[in-house]
Design a protein around this ligand. Structure first.
Ligand SMILES: Nc1ncnc2c1ncn2[C@@H]1O[C@H](COP(=O)(O)OP(=O)(O)OP(=O)(O)O)[C@@H](O)[C@H]1O
Ligand SMILES: [Mg+2]
Length: 204
């Protein structure tokens, strides 16, 4: 049986990484016999992908170059890690995937949805997450949390307007996703959020 593919999304500082390993541990308790679960992230997830991540997060570039490199890293990630795991029945949890490209390169930077859809089809050949958890917070909350946490990378240094557009595109996609994308109100406490995640993941 094919494994499940679950992705975590949301703007920088929304709380994805706070919950990824916790959710993975929860899911591991109820995997089918013989299956394992791996956690990974985008951009990245492979040695080449991590090199591309470093370039993407730190070097200025044309918005289409950025989108192409994101999908190049994703092509490698799918070929080397995600698809082999899913086809042998293992589960994959990824901190970001393609919804982030639509939100950041599309919503944030203004790259046309049509171009992103071409790349999505080319690189994914129909592969879609079974479930996506969208951690949603107003920009100010994300900013406040990040300010306490670390130095900003290229994306985190973007304007408030950029993140408003990014968040809006995430939410628009959630509405159109036919239930694949579940919006999590991430302004709540970690414990409250985890109680909701337990419910959602119980039927994953
Ligand atoms: N529900 C919460 N309540 C209070 N603080 C939180 C909550 N969730 C996360 N944080 C804090 O906010 C900061 C950002 O969280 P986290 O690193 O999980 O975000 P992220 O979505 O992974 O961001 P990025 O996209 O930049 O990796 C961390 O310092 C984290 O401890
Ligand atoms: Mg993170």
């Amino acid at each position: 049986m094919r494994g499940k593919f679950i992705t975590f999304e949301g703007i920088d500082g929304a709380g994805k990484s706070t919950h990824v390993e916790w959710a993975a541990a929860l899911l591991r308790q109820r995997l089918p016999a013989g299956a394992t679960l791996l956690t990974t992230r985008e951009p990245g997830g492979t040695p080449l992908g991590e090199t591309l991540r470093d370039i993407l997060l730190h070097r200025p570039m044309h918005l289409e170059t950025e989108a192409l490199l994101m999908f190049a890293a994703r092509r490698e990630h799918i070929a080397q890690v995600i698809e082999p795991a899913l086809s042998r029945g293992d589960w994959v949890v990824s901190d970001r995937f393609t919804d982030a490209s639509f939100a950041y390169q599309g919503g944030g930077r203004g790259l046309s949805r049509a171009k992103l859809e071409v790349l999505e089809q080319w690189v994914q050949e129909g592969l879609q997450p079974d479930l996506t958890l969208l951690f949603d917070v107003p920009l100010e909350v994300a900013r406040e949390r990040l300010a306490a946490a670390r130095q900003p990378d290229k994306f985190e240094a973007e304007s408030a307007a950029f993140f408003e557009r990014t968040r809006a595109e995430y939410l628009r996609r959630a509405e159109e996703s036919g239930g694949r994308i579940r919006v999590i109100d991430s302004t709540r406490s970690v414990d409250k959020i985890r109680a909701e995640l337990e419910e959602i993941l119980a039927s994953a």
